[in-house]
Design a protein around this ligand. Structure first.
Ligand code: P1T
Length: 379
């Protein structure tokens, strides 16, 4: 089955009792049992919910994986993965990643004894040197948030496999439409479903897809024990959103490419970070690893003036200033003070994330209006 057909149909059957084509919202906390332990496979909604099950199976199909598990947020999914480890275990993560991921690693799990090493994994030579006998997992984003750096999943997976280390790929920016990390050698793929999968800025959710039965069982145990489950209404909304994922992503990619090309030739713009530009350092890798370049980009203005960057962000009429990404509407974000504020400034600057960086989530509006908005705001 090809991607668009899977998005609409995989794991989804008409409701057995009524024939309803849309998966019902099973809004229940518990399930009636005939006698203690004798039930239809459902006991309590923290453990299982039929609407959630359908979404999990659909997501597993989209990522070409065996098991899908949905969480109350992307960070809920990250939290569950980090709970697979013990004090003393070491995790190597890319040094350009979502600020909340950095925060849960350093401010929560480091307190419980996990060790983290943030490394520039877009430079393939640096991983091998960072691995120690305590290293248990490598965590990457590709493209990264917010600098859109590319990390070579196949090359990293070759190293992690050789050392018996788990490789997790946060596939939020690409979505499964553009990239399937499990096919490239990753062990676990993680999503902030809040973004492209949901697609309509109306739900917060996370997901994990993986093939290994034992790890899936441990994650299911952790989820039931710790409780980060999404509600059935949100699962319904995401199932509905996914039905148009392939169509939305095509337009996100087309629009972002045009916006990036427009910005690149703008006399007031110094740098555009978009993998679809031939000048982007990861362009060749993106062509190999992804099926399109995505809807996210970031840019800097000449002169690196903070008041000027703020003025531009305040001047947009079609782009809305806000956290998040991946919805049908275009958003603009100031990573340094918003999505990545929890990363210490020195660390941010060292990794190339300037105070003046502007991030765009290019929506699926008419691109002429988006370019006109940029023209008006930057001039
Ligand atoms: O917001 P939540 O659903 O918990 O997902 C966290 C998360 C994980 N991974 C990546 C790559 C992300 O971008 C995010 C959330 N990011 C934003 C809110 C943002 O604006 O970048």
């Amino acid at each position: 089955m090809k991607f668009g057909t899977k998005a609409i149909h995989a794991g989804i059957e008409p409701d057995p009792t009524t024939g309803a084509i849309m998966t019902p919202i099973y809004q229940t906390s518990t399930y009636v049992q005939e006698s203690p332990g004798k039930h239809k496979g459902y006991e309590y909604a923290r453990t299982q919910n039929p609407t959630r099950n359908v979404l999990q199976n659909n997501l597993a199909a989209l990522e070409n994986g065996k098991h899908g598990i949905c969480y109350s947020s992307g960070l809920g999914a990250t939290d569950a993965i980090l709970k697979l480890f013990k004090p003393g275990d070491e995790i190597i993560a890319s040094n350009d990643l979502y600020g909340g991921t950095y925060r849960i690693m350093v401010r929560v799990f480091q307190e419980f004894g996990l060790k983290f090493n943030f490394v520039d994994l877009s430079d393939g030579t640096k991983l091998e040197a960072a691995i120690t006998p305590a290293t248990k997992m490598v965590w990457i984003e590709t493209p990264t948030n917010p600098l859109l750096r590319l990390v070579d999943i196949v090359a990293i997976a070759a190293i992690t496999k050789q050392h018996g280390i788990q490789l997790v790929v946060d596939n939020t920016f690409a979505s499964p439409y553009l990239q399937n990390p499990l096919d490239l050698g990753a062990d676990i793929v993680m999503h902030s479903v809040t973004k492209y999968l949901g697609g309509h800025s109306d739900t917060v959710m996370g997901a994990i897809v993986l093939n290994d039965d034992e790890t899936a069982q441990r994650l299911a145990f952790i989820q039931n024990a710790c409780g980060a489950v999404p509600g059935p209404q949100d699962c319904f909304l995401v199932l509905r959103g996914i039905k148009t994922l392939h169509v939305r992503m095509q337009r996100h990619c087309e629009n972002a490419q045009k916006v990036a090309e427009y910005l690149q030739q703008h006399p007031k713009v110094s740098q555009v970070h978009y993998p679809g530009l031939p000048s982007h350092i990861g362009h060749e890798l993106a062509k190999k690893q992804m099926r399109g370049f995505g809807g996210m980009l970031s840019f800097e203005l000449k002169g690196d003036s903070m008041p000027e960057a703020v003025r531009v962000m305040e001047s947009f009429e079609v782009f809305s200033l806000g956290e998040s990404l991946g919805g049908v509407e275009s958003l603009c974000t100031h990573p340094a003070s918003m999505t990545h504020a929890s990363i210490p400034k020195e660390e941010r600057i060292k990794n190339g994330l300037k105070d003046t960086l502007i991030r765009l989530s290019v929506g699926i509006e008419d691109v002429e209006d988006l370019i006109q908005d940029l023209e008006r705001a930057i001039d």
